[in-house]
Design a protein around this ligand. Sequence first.
Ligand SMILES: [Zn+2]
Ligand SMILES: [Zn+2]
Length: 237
Amino acid sequence: MKYYIDLHIHSALSPCAEEEMTPNNIVNMAAVHGLDIIAITDHHTAGNCEAVMHCGMLRDILVVPGMEIETAEEVHLVCLLPDLKQARLLQTYVYAALPQRKNREDILGKQLLFNAADEIIGAESRLLLTAVQFSLEETVRLVRTLGGAAIPAHIDRRANSLLSNLGFIPPDLDFHYLELSAACRVKEFLVLHPHLQAYRFIQSSDAHRLEEMVKCTGSIELEEKSIPCLLNKLNGG
Ligand SMILES: [Zn+2]
Ligand SMILES: [Zn+2]
């Protein structure tokens, strides 16, 4: 069955996202937009996943816990995990691999933690908007060891993407899906990159504000609407 998806959404825990990106606002916007499955992918943290997953359950929207990791090569990866436990485990590893610096709210923005009622329950004080000390390969292996899937993010962009930073998709990393920005035209992209024909593509919003969620038209064929089924497909199953 075809499911409408947006697997790259930032909550207000990402300093670059708007404060309107609360759990209920994200899920309500997903419902209005007719999405079946969304993923919360803040920079280097899964701190708001539980609240959004709770809101999603009430609206019959499957919320996948995840995070966006910037590897040592400054390549962005959307990392999706099978459950909250594994997402928190990944967060523990990632926090240890981040430079131990404090966020500058006044310059970079707030990093807000919410409960499922959209109440602010805290703020993450560590600097999230930076690269981790894991290589691309180490990050992909770690995410897969935790039962998750890693997708090279916005590969059509000129910064922080696998193509912009490395110039190619390393075949030994065995990626099956690549993410394109919502505005990217897949056919035109493939004319420029014919060697990527064998990959499958996902278009996600990478929304940092609510209005950006409506740009997403991504979909995927799955046997059922479940996280194991989605991750299995993303991993080439
Ligand atoms: Zn990114
Ligand atoms: Zn992003």
